[in-house]
Design a protein around this ligand. Structure first.
Ligand SMILES: [Zn+2]
Length: 154
C-alpha cells in the first residue's frame, strides 16, 4: 500500500488555536467540527459514498471509520456500525435540544463528529455512529485492513 498523505499517529491534541481552525477549515466544517453543528439531513457529500477507504477526521486526519462498517441507515447522515479503534473517539453526554444523546468527538483533536445511537444493525454491533459528512475526509488510498491491522495505539 502506498503511504498515506496523513500520518498514522497524528500530532497531539490542541495543536491549533481557534483562529488556526478558522483558517484551516471551511465555514461549514468550522460550524460543525468546532461549534458542534449538524449538517442538514440528506445533504452531506459522503452520505451515499460507497468507495473503499478510510474515513478520517476532517480536522486532524486521524483514522476514525472505514468503508467496511459504513451502511445506509436511512437517517440522512453517513452511518457506521463501528469505529476503527475505540480509542479514536470520545463519547460525551449531550443534553441539548431537550433530549439525551451521546455526542461523538475525535479523541485526537476534540472536534465534534456526530452522535451515537443504539439503533444500529442488530446483526452487527447494534450501534449507529451518525456522523456529519463535513466532519469526515475519505482517504481512498488507505485500505480498511491497513488501519485495522496496524491498530491505533490507545
Ligand atoms: Zn480530529
Amino acid at each position: 500500500m502506498s503511504p498515506s498523505a496523513f500520518s498514522r499517529r497524528p500530532p497531539e491534541r490542541t495543536m491549533h488555536s481557534d483562529n488556526d481552525w478558522r483558517l484551516k477549515l471551511t465555514p461549514e466544517q468550522y460550524r460543525i467540527l468546532r461549534e458542534k453543528g449538524t449538517e442538514r439531513a440528506f445533504t452531506g457529500a459522503l452520505l451515499d459514498e460507497k468507495s473503499n477507504g478510510v474515513y478520517r477526521c476532517a480536522a486532524c486526519g486521524a483514522a476514525l471509520f472505514t468503508s467496511v462498517e459504513k451502511y445506509d441507515s436511512g437517517s440522512g447522515w453517513p452511518s457506521f456500525w463501528d469505529v476503527v479503534d475505540q480509542g479514536g473517539v470520545e463519547l460525551h453526554d449531550d443534553n441539548t435540544l431537550g433530549m439525551h444523546r451521546v455526542e461523538v468527538t475525535c479523541s485526537t483533536c476534540g472536534s465534534h463528529l456526530g452522535h451515537l445511537f443504539p439503533d444500529g444493525p442488530a446483526e452487527k454491533t447494534g450501534l449507529r455512529y451518525c456522523i456529519n459528512s463535513a466532519s469526515l475526509a475519505l482517504d481512498r488510498d488507505t485500505a480498511p485492513d491497513d488501519v485495522r491491522a496496524a491498530g491505533e495505539p490507545t
